[in-house]
Unconditional design. Structure first.
Length: 425
């Protein structure tokens, strides 16, 4: 009996936080992916074109934006130019899915995480978090590089570089929702002088002009990943508490050392933990999207087990419950670290792979020589043979064409069309 218990313990043991294997080429890594029947994984970008991807976002011109770091886990020292960037991927090969163009929209950034391209217009603009503020970056002369920077929000704590603000997500009302992570003490000030104090896990929102800053929910430990469904419900992925939460405005959620008062405590959504305390990225998929039999799903990255997990979202009245589904991706390569995922306007799932021997921030010394600084990949996961067309939802699209997309079955398309229409006044 003791022998069986020991064997069971070994078989159920979590993967090591320091992978005992060596790095693989992108092709070697892809060979170890296990996907649902009929799905394929294609490489969109890899080193040296990108380094360590963190957050992904699509714009209305069909381009994929990515925050990219060399600095993590240590911020650039004062007086030195940071090496991190915002990159833009475009011109995707219709057969292989690879981005044939990778450009740098902005450099000199310091561990940028949260990212959101704004609707296209006379200039190209995006929001990005950069220690210790949220910037508006703008390309005013059309050369593809930001030449103007404006601070919208400032005062973020930076003690924990894996718990900084991230996952900028459009609300139905055009506000931007975001998460705030573990061990950071922030007193964020907006352009009207409003100050929001946050310590460890919280969510909040603000207007794209840097006003209207306000708290959305309290608690969670280190949320990294946010998604919105077509009814406007918001969900987050959290580390060290539960993998998924349904966000109810004004509610409180479990956190370290923060007992709640019994009032306004958000209900549990996900009773299981997917075998890990390290969850990153969150994406909502409507029912029947890839297959008519598929349920409504939330997809999250599991950086410890090297998997992309799925949950069936089952509703009882206004309360969702997450029921575990088979994984979207399971990898034989322990360096596979899926930290963000976004549904593309072509209907494929795009996964940011922070490819690394080590994933623990606190669990493994930051000085460990095994920490990789230069390898990173972005993967396209989709059913084989799926239509790859990416609609143009930017300034060239007519109002009639955009209006026709507001009910698109792809929520990424519907959101981009709505935002472009709204930007025209």
């Amino acid at each position: 009996m003791l022998h069986l218990a020991f064997v069971s313990m070994i078989l159920c043991a979590p993967p090591p936080l320091v992978a005992p294997t060596e790095a693989l080429s992108p092709a070697g890594e892809a060979a170890g992916f296990r996907l649902p029947p009929g799905f394929e994984a294609q490489l969109v970008a890899a080193e040296p074109d990108i380094s360590k991807p963190m957050n992904l976002a699509w714009d209305d011109r069909g381009r994929l934006w990515v925050t990219d770091t060399l600095e993590y886990p240590y911020p650039a020292k004062e007086g030195t130019k940071p090496r991190d960037t915002v990159r833009v991927l475009s011109d995707f090969d219709p057969v292989t899915g690879k981005a044939r163009k990778v450009s740098t929209f902005a450099d000199g950034l310091n561990i940028p995480i949260g990212l959101l391209p704004l609707p296209s217009g006379k200039t190209t603009r995006c929001l990005v978090y950069h220690i210790n503020r949220v910037l508006l970056l703008e390309d005013t002369d059309g050369d593809g590089r930001a030449d103007r920077r404006e601070t919208l929000l400032e005062g973020y704590g930076t003690a924990d570089t894996h718990g900084m603000t991230n996952s900028f997500t459009w609300g139905h009302d055009g506000t931007v929702h975001a998460t705030h992570g573990f061990a950071n003490d922030s007193k964020v000030r907006d352009r009207n002088g409003v100050v929001l104090a946050m310590q460890s896990g919280h969510t909040y929102r603000f207007n794209v002009d840097g006003t209207g800053l306000e708290l959305w929910t309290r608690g969670q430990v280190n949320p990294f990943g946010m998604a919105r469904d077509d009814s406007g419900n918001l969900f987050t992925a959290d580390c060290h508490s539960r993998p998924l939460y349904s966000l109810i405005r004004g509610s409180s959620y479990p956190s370290f050392g923060k007992p709640h008062d019994g009032l306004g405590f958000g209900p549990e959504m996900c009773p299981h933990d997917h075998g890990s305390t390290g969850i990153a990225g969150c994406c909502w998929i409507p029912a029947g999207f890839w297959n008519v039999k598929d349920p409504e799903q939330l997809i999250i990255g599991n950086v410890v087990t090297s998997r992309v997990n799925r949950d069936d979202v089952q509703w009882k009245g206004a309360s969702p419950r997450a029921v575990e589904l088979p994984d979207l991706v399971a990898s034989d390569d322990l360096w596979f670290r899926p930290v963000d995922m976004k549904l593309g306007p072509d209907g494929a799932m795009y996964v940011a792979d922070f490819y690394n021997r080590i994933i623990g921030h606190y669990e493994v010394p930051l000085t460990h020589p095994g920490r990789d600084r230069h390898r990173g990949r972005i993967w396209r996961i989709a059913p084989k043979g799926m239509d790859r067309a990416i609609p143009d939802l930017g300034t060239n699209a007519t109002a009639e064409a955009l209006a026709a997309r507001l009910g698109d079955r792809n929520p990424a398309v519907a959101t981009l069309a709505l935002n472009q229409l709204a930007s025209r006044g």
